[in-house]
Every structure is written in structure tokens, then in C-alpha cells.
Design a protein around this ligand. Structure first.
Ligand code: XLS
Ligand code: NI
Ligand code: NI
Length: 439
């Protein structure tokens, strides 16, 4: 396939040059074919670009107009704009060595004024993307439907109090699943930005959540019947744009999946900045998902310590991601999931090359974190210290407790016999230093 570099002029394929490199357009840590444990970095990390931020984000914010000129969006015809955007995305992925992409239905092409017009447009651009995938080997990490931008969704999509809106949402999800199947997507995501409420005064929460469950069952059944073999993912977020979102955090979503018998088909897509909005760490959310066997995929970004909203900055915190990679590696790594850069360059980062720097930085940060986490696991002290902390449950009465062989009265008797236990240090600072040694 010949590469034309129409949009990202002068950007050559980004190469790994090692940590001594001064070249800002090179990787210093991300070396796709380097083995880390049993897999290569590329196989571990499965990076993806996000169509909405990277090829559709114009720099608007609630106070200001677009600051960015995206040359692939200049065509008059919406379908042509869709083709051009796909060209730009594929060119970008090739330059960065990223093999996956993620999209909403109406990132691929602008929504029409009628459902059938939108469908026609979508089919055209999907056919085009499919052709580009064949030529380049690029793949879809996940597809989704945008069920939050259109005014009809102001009261929710699957959880709207108006049945006609639910039908529209279903139509979009059907089409987005079709597109994902057609493009061989590995996952299909539900992120419910409007599935929640602004005020409980006008909301029948129980009924709305039952509607959401019914909706997910229908989508799952449709997908399975029509060739979708991948994983359905729910992406928790506590708020924004709704005051309260039903998929608040990992624990809430897991309880929901259990209650409504969806555990077999759905896993979680954990996003860094959503975790922090829920007053959790990223690693906490990953661990909660992993404990339930539901760690599916990640949306990579970061928030801002000084303010509380979803700033979606590119990741640059090696320390935080090392802890995250520890959770991922101990859980056995990704299966169908990957790392989607659901992140945007700042409003005042107005050069096209800024998007390249942003992804290089994100990929290098994850690579560094992966290397550190693997080294920590190989070293073994971290794992053995944590295990040792629970040693009193490994044998004797502690083991009997774990296996359900003791009653509360038995524990009472043991307490009397043992007397006051001596204090055992949690060794947090020691462990933090241990982590630091490998970062
Ligand atoms: C918004 C979400 C969104 C989903 C896809 O906060 O992160 O971008 O990932 O709909
Ligand atoms: Ni987000
Ligand atoms: Ni996201």
C-alpha cells in the first residue's frame, strides 16, 4: 500500500529510538516488538485511536468556539467528509504504528435528518473503512452509538421516559452493532452519558434501570444473532453530562449486570478520568473489575488535580499507570480489550503535529509503566510481601475460617485464647519505594 501523507505532512513513521533519543518524533520506551514477559509490547497494549477526539475534536468548550482546523473536515458533502476523516485516521495510525481504532456511529459520518439517510451514509463510510482495513490490516477495537449528543436524548436514551426515544436509541444501536460486525470489531461499548437523571423529582429510577437492562438484553440478543462474537462493554462514569449516571462506577455496574443476568456477555471498559470523578483511583476500578473477572478494556486519559471535570488529557503519569499495569498483568492481560486513547489535546494545541506528540507521550507512558510493572512482578518481592500479609489465613484456624469451618462463637473463643494481637506494619512507604525503584 502506498502511503501518501496527505494530512500529516512531513510526519514519517514514528520509530523506537530508545530513552537517550532527543528526537521528539520518536518513541523512547514504546518498542512494539520488544518482549515483556510472554508477549510483545504491541500484544500487551493494543493501542487504539479515538475517532471523536482525535479526528473530530475541534477544540470547542462550554465557553468558546472551535480553535482547530481539521483539513479532512473541509469537504462540503458529509459522506466525503467521512471518507476523508477515515483517510486521515488511517494515515495517522500508520505513522504511529497503532493498529486499532474506536468510533461512534456519527463519528464516522454526520447524522442525517432522517434515520434512513443516516443509515445510507453509514453504510457507505463503513464500506470504505472496510476497504482501508483490508489494505492496511488495521482493526476496530470497539464501536459504539452516540446516544447523548442529539436533543432527543436530553432525558436519556434507553432510559428516556418517552418510548419513542427508546426506539430511536435502539435503531442507532442496531446500526452501530451492524457496523461493528461488518468491520470485525473486537468489542462493542455502551457508555450512558444520558442514562441517569438531572433530578430525582421527575425520575422513576427503578423503571428506568429496568428499561436499561431490557435494552441491553435486546442489543446482546441482536448482536449474538447477527454475528457479533466480541465482548460487550459497559463504560462506567458517575456524572457528566448527567448529574447522576446509572453506570456510576465499576462496583455499581457489576451489581447491575448481576441483578439483570448480563454477566456472561458484558465486561467493563474502565476510563482513568471516570474513575477519578467517582473518587476512586484508576487502579481501584481496574481491580474491582478484575476481581469479578470483568476487566475488559481501558480508556486512557487523565484528569486534573486542581479541578473536578473530565478534562480527558493524554496520560503522562508513569507512577499511576504502573499500578494500573500491575493490576492488568496480574489479571492476565487483555483478551479482546485494549487501550483506547479517549483523550484530547488542549484547546490551544492547535498544530496537527500536537496530536502526534500527544499519542507518542501516551504510548511511551504506558510502555514505561508496562516495563516497570513486569519488572516488579519478576522481582517478586511485591507479590510475596502482599501474600505474607495474609499468612495468618494460610494455615490453622485462619484457613479454617476461610473455608467456612468456624462459627462466630469459635472466633470469640479464639480471641480470648490468643489475647491482644501485636501490631503488624502495613509497610506502605516501603512498597512505594519498591515501586519507585522500577519506574
Ligand atoms: C465520555 C466517554 C465517551 C465514551 C464513548 O466521557 O468517555 O467518550 O468512551 O462514548
Ligand atoms: Ni470520558
Ligand atoms: Ni471513554
Amino acid at each position: 500500500m502506498k502511503r501518501t501523507h496527505t494530512y500529516f505532512k512531513g510526519i514519517k513513521p514514528i520509530a523506537f529510538e530508545g530513552k537517550e533519543s532527543d528526537n521528539p518524533l520518536a518513541f523512547r520506551y514504546y518498542n512494539p516488538r520488544q518482549k515483556v514477559g510472554k508477549k510483545t509490547m504491541e500484544e500487551h497494549l493494543r493501542f487504539a485511536v479515538a475517532f471523536w477526539h482525535s479526528f473530530g475534536g475541534m477544540g470547542t468548550d462550554p465557553f468558546g468556539a472551535a480553535t482547530k482546523t481539521l483539513p479532512w473536515l473541509s469537504a462540503k458533502d458529509p459522506v466525503q467528509r467521512g471518507y476523508n476523516k477515515i483517510d486521515a485516521a488511517f494515515e495517522f495510525m500508520s505513522a504511529l504504528g497503532i493498529h486499532f481504532y474506536c468510533f461512534h456511529d456519527y463519528d464516522l459520518v454526520e447524522e442525517g435528518s432522517m434515520l434512513n439517510q443516516s443509515e445510507e451514509r453509514l453504510q457507505k463510510v463503513v464500506a470504505y473503512a472496510k476497504k482501508k482495513q483490508k489494505e492496511t490490516g488495521k482493526q476496530v477495537l470497539w464501536g459504539t452509538a452516540n446516544l447523548f449528543s442529539h436533543p432527543r436524548y436530553m432525558n436519556g436514551a434507553a432510559t428516556s421516559p418517552d418510548f419513542r426515544v427508546v426506539c430511536h436509541a435502539a435503531a442507532q444501536v442496531k446500526n452501530a452493532i451492524d457496523a461493528t460486525v461488518e468491520l470485525g470489531g473486537a468489542n462493542y461499548v455502551f457508555w450512558g452519558g444520558r442514562e441517569g437523571y438531572l433530578s430525582l423529582l421527575n425520575t422513576d429510577m427503578k423503571r428506568e434501570q429496568e428499561h436499561l437492562a431490557r435494552f441491553l438484553h435486546l442489543a446482546r440478543d441482536y448482536g449474538r444473532k447477527n454475528g457479533f462474537k466480541g465482548t460487550f462493554l459497559i463504560e462506567p462514569k458517575p456524572m457528566e453530562p448527567s448529574k447522576h449516571q446509572y453506570d456510576f462506577d465499576a462496583a455499581t455496574v457489576i451489581a447491575f449486570l448481576r441483578e439483570f443476568d448480563l454477566m456472561d456477555d458484558f465486561k467493563l471498559n474502565i476510563e482513568v478520568n471516570h474513575a477519578t470523578l467517582a473518587h476512586h483511583t484508576f487502579q481501584h476500578e481496574l481491580q474491582v473489575a478484575a476481581n469479578a473477572g470483568l476487566l475488559g478494556s481501558m480508556d486512557a486519559n487523565r484528569g486534573d488535580y486542581q479541578n473536578g471535570w473530565d478534562t480527558d488529557q493524554f496520560p503522562n503519569n508513569v507512577y499511576e499507570l504502573t499500578e494500573a499495569m500491575l493490576v492488568l498483568l496480574e489479571a492476565g492481560g487483555f483478551r479482546t480489550g485494549g487501550i483506547n486513547f479517549d483523550a484530547k489535546t488542549r484547546r490551544n494545541s492547535t498544530d496537527l503535529v500536537d496530536l502526534v506528540y500527544a499519542h507518542i507521550g501516551g504510548m511511551d507512558t504506558f510502555a514505561r509503566a508496562l516495563l516497570a510493572a513486569q519488572a516488579i512482578l519478576d522481582d517478586g518481592e511485591y507479590v510475596s510481601l502482599r501474600k505474607k500479609r495474609y499468612a495468618s489465613f494460610d494455615t490453622g484456624d485462619g484457613k479454617k475460617f476461610e473455608t467456612g469451618k468456624l462459627s462466630l462463637k469459635d472466633l470469640h473463643a479464639l480471641a480470648g485464647k490468643a489475647g491482644e494481637p501485636e501490631l503488624i506494619s502495613g509497610k506502605q512507604e516501603y512498597l512505594e519505594n519498591l515501586l519507585n525503584k522500577f519506574v
